[in-house]
Design a protein around this ligand. Structure first.
Ligand code: J2J
Length: 554
């Protein structure tokens, strides 16, 4: 295990401890303390279950005992893919207490992504549900088990019918056993990176750093026992998990409501009924919710704070949201690798509408640099580099990639282009990394290109992000067709005969087990690639062409 994790250098670790950021307690303790303080108060709510702090504490202990009895050991990696339900929190804390590392897959992931995550982490177990996003998930589980021999155990919540040797979730409920505490300075959880070069990397967050991350955000959001936090983005994402999210709510004595569906007619009544006070959204949802208050008659008066992050929040939405939803807006510019920037609750409305705020820790260090890593003049745009008490020093088991993604002195190269306002806030202006940000979901062009090249009609593929009014960016596949193929797909309007359209490519990618959010919504064919001065494919030119074509078609 130690081989895969890059620790902070000794002097910094000492500094973060003496500043009180790192408190030397494993994440499992956070729930123990909350249970001692708030025992009979409600901690978790979903469509089926309500659990108190004490109830969650006990369930986590009993499930940890069940996992241990099944053969899962401290340090083992466990691939977890669960919807927003109470069981997500139970299993997360059971794994924390056991000292096994959850690898947090998103509900949208399919065989292709799950296989990669299981192989990269050498996961020994897969924990999931019989049904996910409205589909029977068991064929995916079976397909994964066939290709991943490292997965020795499968826990299925619901009906495991047809999944060989699956452990039913209910059978994990065992008499609690004494378990040794994991090392608080070691990894507690593996989050997923957005990925720009090929497949996603794993982000090892330690007990110490992740507890600080959640505690600091809970402080900034003034979370307390009177609050009710709504987890409506997938809880495996850093923002709803720990910024302050589920972990911040638990440590503040606030209840967490899990929602599996973010559409206003479903979620507004839940906000009203459970008196939700705080939630986190991505920009397209923020825009949708701000409009939907007009037609979904619900009382959202309890809502006091809406965080929006994950992608650029268009200024018009930022301006209308506080009035529309009757709450404070907090812009959050964060990353699973660590650094969080946020506007503060008492910032002037202009700052909240036009910036992404400033680093949340006094020990966050940032540099804004030009291509040669020298600082840009104050106020100018450059790449954001950062290090600090909750920003990783390396991806898990990725030494070669780490050499590029971090500077020699440990700054993480975010790939984001930012500038600092005279007031000290950051504005995200763009990015240097090749990544598509589709409604906050990160898509690696290289990963999708790799899949498209397997299509018989495709000779070459370049995948780009094209500006989209609703999603921020949509995924667009630019294809150079193979000369001698006659694909069976019907030609798209305006495309040469034989070109697979978005629907055909979508089916092709689905059959390859690729998450739906990565499938191209737009397809362009080219006769030859536009090239840059140095002879590389000019992605920027392709983006302009694709955006023009999309406009001409509507
Ligand atoms: C523009 N781009 C943003 C923003 C993230 C809080 C908030 C978001 C994430 C997250 C997170 C942005 N405006 N407000 O983990 O705790 C883009 C940047 C960044 C990348 C990180 C959190 N907020 N981004 O989105 O690891 O490009 O984390 O580097 O998924 O999202 O993506 P991710």
């Amino acid at each position: 295990m130690a081989g895969g994790f890059v620790p902070w250098p000794g002097p910094e670790a000492t500094r973060y401890r003496s500043a009180g950021h790192w408190r030397g307690a494993p994440l499992g303790h956070l729930l123990r303390e909350a249970a001692a303080q708030h025992g009979e108060r409600t901690a978790l709510i979903d469509a089926r279950t309500r659990l108190t702090f004490a109830g969650l504490d006990t369930r986590a202990d009993r499930t940890a005992a069940g996992l241990a009895e099944s053969g899962i050991r401290p340090g083992d990696r466990v691939l977890v893919q669960l919807p927003n339900r109470v069981e997500f929190a139970v299993l997360l804390f059971a794994l924390f207490r056991l000292g096994a590392l959850p690898v947090l897959a998103l509900p949208g992931h399919r065989e292709s992504e799950l296989k990669h995550l299981a192989e990269l982490s050498e996961a020994v177990a897969f924990v999931t549900t019989d049904e996910l996003e409205g589909h029977d998930h068991r064929p995916v589980i079976r397909a994964l088990l066939e290709v991943c021999p490292s997965l020795r155990h499968t826990v299925v919540i619901g009906d495991p019918d047809g999944v060989e040797e699956a452990i039913a979730y209910g059978s994990l409920d065992r008499e609690p056993v004494r378990l040794p505490d994991p090392d608080p300075s070691g990894p507690a959880v593996l989050l997923l990176s957005g990925g720009s070069t090929g497949l996603p990397k794993l982000i090892p967050r330690t007990h110490d750093d992740y507890a600080y991350n959640a505690r600091r955000m809970a402080e900034l959001c003034r979370l307390g026992p009177a609050d009710v936090y709504l987890a409506v983005l997938p809880a495996a994402h850093n923002l709803p998990l720990a910024c302050p999210g589920l972990l911040g709510a638990l440590m503040s004595g606030a209840a967490t409501v899990f929602a599996e569906n973010a559409s206003p007619p479903e979620v507004f009544p839940l906000i009203e009924r459970e008196r939700v006070t705080v939630t986190a959204l991505v920009p397209p949802l923020a825009a949708l919710w701000s409009r939907a208050v007009e037609w979904v008659g619900c009382d959202l008066a309890g809502l006091r704070l809406v965080q929006v992050g994950g992608a650029r929040l268009p200024e018009p939405t930022a301006r209308i949201l506080p009035d529309a939803l009757g709450c404070t807006l907090q812009q959050v510019f964060g990353m699973a690798e660590g650094l969080l920037c946020a506007t503060r609750l008492d910032d002037p409305p202009e700052t909240v509408a036009t910036t992404q705020g400033r680093p949340v820790s006094s020990d966050d260090e940032i540099r804004i640099v030009a291509g040669d890593d020298t600082a840009v003049p104050d106020g100018e745009t450059g790449e954001l580099l950062t290090r600090g008490p909750y920003t990783i020093r390396g991806y898990y088991r990725a030494p070669e990639h780490n050499a590029r993604a971090f500077t020699a002195d440990g700054f993480y190269r975010s790939g984001d282009l930012v500038r600092r306002t005279p007031g000290g806030d950051l504005v995200v202006e763009g990015r240097v990394k090749e990544q598509i940000n589709r409604a906050g979901e990160k898509v690696s062009p290289e990963e999708v290109e790799h899949h498209l090249l397997a299509h018989p009609a495709v000779a070459q593929a370049v995948v780009i992000g094209v500006p989209d009014d609703v999603l921020g960016e949509r995924v667009c596949a630019c294809l150079l067709l193979a000369p001698d193929t006659t694909p069976d797909a019907a030609p798209d309007a305006g495309q040469p005969a034989g070109a697979p359209d978005a629907a055909a490519l979508g089916e092709f990618l689905r059959d390859r087990g690729v998450a739906a959010f990565k499938r191209p919504q737009q397809v362009e064919t080219v006769e030859a690639w536009p090239l840059t001065g140095v002879g590389k494919i000019d992605r920027r030119a392709l983006t302009v062409i694709a955006a023009d074509h999309a406009r001409a078609r509507v």
